[in-house]
Structure formats: structure tokens, C-alpha cells
Design a binder for this molecule. Structure first.
Ligand code: RB5
Length: 150
């Protein structure tokens, strides 16, 4: 399992705990930065992580900004990305089971380190249920291509 991680200057404060948590579970982490707490722009890191998933460098992605909102919006503009911003483990679990999310985002101003680890754990251990949920994902893919018709 390879996970791409990206974060802006606000997410930077939480990234080390997240990287160590993933490494403890024998997950290969591909770190797309940022490199410091110097102010930067979150879309850069959303785009890098999305690209790594779309080119099969990474299986999944984790994004961190202040709230998780901007960076997840940016990721969801990338082809094939289903990003969820979560501040609770239940939503993280359901986002995999029903929505087959391939990117998890959260905010370093919203969740602390231990809650972030619980959210990641639920997200990584949940399995996509397929069935009716697969049909809805296919509808989302059609919306993405501008080909969805009711
Ligand atoms: C940066 O100040 C902040 O806007 C960013 O980290 C994020 O919270 C945006 O959604």
C-alpha cells in the first residue's frame, strides 16, 4: 500500500504524526510537501497527490490544510478523485464503504493528532461495498465527463 500525502503550511504541523502513524503500519508514504511552515497555496499539494494517484504512483492520498476544506475542493476538481473532508471516524468509514473515496482530507485546525489517527484508521480498514454504490459512483464519473443524463 502506497499513500501520497500533501499539506500546506497550516497542515504542516500535523503531517509528521500522520507520516509516522502510516509508517508504523508498513505503509509506504510518498511525501509531496510543503517543505516548511512558510505560507503557500493548498491547490499545489492537492494536485500533486491527485496526479500521483492517477498515474498509479500511489494507491490513496491524504491531504491536510487548516480545515481540510480548500484542499479537498481542489482535489475533487481532479479527474478520478473522490476526496472527503472528515473530522469524525464514522464519516471516514462510510466514505470508503459507500463512496469509495480515494483521498482523505482533514484540517489541522479542526482535529488533533490522535483524532486524525482514528479517522485514518477507520478510513484505511473500511472496504467499498460496491452494488448500488458502484452505480452511483459511475453516475458521478458521468457528471465529471459532462455526460450524465437523468
Ligand atoms: C490557509 O490560511 C488556510 O486557508 C488553508 O490551510 C485551508 O484551511 C483552506 O481551506
Amino acid at each position: 500500500m502506497k499513500i501520497a500525502i500533501g499539506y500546506d503550511h497550516v497542515g504542516y504541523i500535523l503531517k509528521q504524526d500522520v507520516i509516522e502513524f502510516l509508517a508504523q503500519q508498513n505503509i509506504t508514504v510518498i511525501d509531496f510537501g510543503t517543505l516548511s511552515t512558510d505560507r503557500t497555496d493548498y491547490p499545489i499539494y492537492a494536485n500533486r497527490v491527485a496526479h500521483s494517484i492517477n498515474t498509479n504512483q500511489a494507491d490513496l492520498g491524504i491531504l491536510i490544510c487548516g480545515t481540510g476544506i480548500g484542499i479537498s475542493i481542489a482535489a475533487n476538481k481532479c479527474q478520478g478523485i473522490r476526496a472527503v473532508v472528515c473530522s469524525d471516524p464514522y464519516s471516514a468509514k462510510l466514505s470508503r464503504e459507500h463512496n469509495n473515496t480515494n483521498v482523505l482530507a482533514f484540517g489541522s485546525r479542526v482535529v488533533g493528532s490522535e483524532l486524525a489517527k482514528m479517522i485514518i484508521n477507520e478510513w484505511l480498514t473500511a472496504k467499498f461495498e460496491g452494488g448500488r454504490h458502484q452505480r452511483r459512483i459511475e453516475q458521478i464519473q458521468l457528471i465529471e465527463k459532462g455526460e450524465f443524463h437523468e
